[in-house]
Design a protein around this ligand. Structure first.
Ligand code: 5AD
Ligand code: SF4
Length: 437
């Protein structure tokens, strides 16, 4: 039987696309292998949100030249956002002859046809927008986990934040009909899944074409019998509604965690980023969230070194981080993305300044994460365990409802279970604990 191996970069959307690609390959008779050496088909599912994600792919594809040339029947494929837009697809075609097949985010459903074409034509490059009437129903995914599942509720993004390439790679925003989403969640609950994560670039703008907005959809998902935990991402602060906050407060099985991407704490930079909120608006939202759901954790995304960012702007970001006291954050150095508005600007911040600001941001954030995590010591939390700890094979890791990463001594039997845990220790990035029941 032919074996496939998929390497996924980037966000949860890409992870979920890879689950779809895996299901298609398995339908065609392929079998999964964790070992690239044993594979007949290797696929890179790529990301282009920052430049280093792109550079990594070229390096990895380059390294597989020998593997590909060792057997003419092998297939090396590249898919994902990086292939859907920009020059990378052409570079792969011209400079990496070992790559047989390229396809984008919009024609995953076409994979069986592309593989047929490949048999006939030798090399296939297709990043067209093509939509087969592919079933979106759950059986069509080969999910990595048997207890926690991603569910797409929408695709694309219409926000055009000026630094971001995603709207070009993932296209216009489109919501999936609520009936379809709920059918999938029901199916997952019956199949024994305990946790679902609703995915969209900006879930708050869900349902513009339907009578059901995101808070109502979230409430219906939370009411599904058997679903113990509901997560969602991402939320744009500009359209986070009171209704959504009420729904979170009402349903205890909705995670006590809100990911609220800030990007910058400077009103000038926020305006130039096309974010449509001010630091005051943002702080008011945080306040509202904490009042309505006192135990909620708040995490964020922050970029340093956006074009034209002055020292004062940077200080405004640091100040806002101190004010909000985030539980965790993804921190990014601004990366020029060709074709975006910010990418065209002349006033790019020099790399040395960007690195210094990045360090200063971490220096502000990490002690806050540590302080907040220390405050968890002695508390009881409910943890869904998802696998062995990456750093210590004798430990099992999981997440509580506040999305804290938590490690406990234990064995694989815990994986997939929800258990009460007492937090015993903490550092800036994780909690340690012991299972109570
Ligand atoms: N440079 C740096 N970070 C970026 N992000 C998106 N585009 C860029 C870029 N050009 C970050 C944003 C977003 C997260 C997924 O990636 O913070 O929320
Ligand atoms: Fe990019 Fe902004 Fe859309 Fe998020 S909301 S995907 S940052 S354009």
């Amino acid at each position: 039987m032919r074996k496939y191996h998929i390497i996924t970069h980037g966000c949860q959307m890409n992870d979920h696309d890879s689950e779809r690609i895996a299901a298609i390959l398995e339908n065609l008779g392929y079998e999964k292998t964790e070992s690239p050496d044993r594979a007949d088909f290797i696929l890179f599912n790529t990301c282009l949100v920052r430049e280093n994600a792109e550079l990594k792919v070229f390096g990895q594809v380059g390294a597989l030249k020998g593997w590909r040339e060792a057997d003419p029947k092998r297939i090396l494929a590249v898919s994902g956002c990086m292939m859907q837009t920009g020059p990378a697809g052409d570079i792969i075609r011209d400079k990496y002859p070992q790559v047989d097949l390229v396809f984008g985010t919009k024609n995953i459903e076409k994979l069986p046809i592309l593989l047929k074409e490949l048999e006939e034509e030798g090399r296939v490059f297709d990043t067209s927008t093509y939509s087969v009437d592919g079933s979106d129903l759950d059986l069509a995914f080969d999910r990595k986990s048997s207890f926690s599942a991603y569910v797409n509720i929408m695709t694309g993004c219409d926000n055009f934040c000026s630094y971001c390439i995603v709207p070009y790679a993932r296209g216009r925003e489109a919501s999936r009909p609520p009936r379809e989403v709920l059918e999938e969640v029901n199916f997952l609950a019956k199949a024994g899944y305990k946790e679902v994560t609703l995915l969209g670039q900006n879930v708050n703008s869900y349902g513009k074409d339907f009578q059901v907005d995101f808070p109502s959809l979230l409430a219906k998902v939370a009411e599904t019998p058997g679903i113990d935990r509901v997560r969602f991402m991402s939320s744009h602060p500009k359209d986070l509604s009171d209704d959504l906050i009420h729904v979170i407060a009402k349903y205890p099985n909705i995670e006590r965690h809100f990911h609220l991407p800030l990007q910058s704490g400077s009103d000038k930079v926020l305006r130039e980023m096309n974010r449509h909120y001010t630091r005051e608006d943002y702080l008011a939202l945080v306040d509202k969230l904490r009042k309505a759901v006192p135990d909620i954790t708040i995490t964020t995304d922050i970029i340093v070194g956006f074009p034209g960012e002055s020292e004062e702007d940077h200080q405004a970001s640091l100040d806002l981080c101190r004010k909000v006291e985030y539980d965790n954050a993804f921190t990014f150095i601004y990366s020029v993305r060709p074709g975006t508005r910010a990418g065209e600007r002349e006033d790019q911040v020099p790399d040395t300044i960007k690195s210094r600001r990045y360090q200063e941001l971490c220096d502000v954030l990490y002690p806050i994460f540590n302080r907040k995590n220390q405050a968890m010591v002695g508390k009881r939390v409910e943890v869904l365990f998802d696998g062995q700890s990456k750093n210590d094979p004798r430990k099992i890791s999981g997440r509580d409802s506040g999305y804290h990463l938590i490690h406990v001594p234990g064995d694989q039997n815990l994986v997939g279970q929800i258990r009460q845990v007492e937090v015993t220790e903490a550092n800036s990035f994780a909690l340690m604990g012991r299972v109570l029941n």
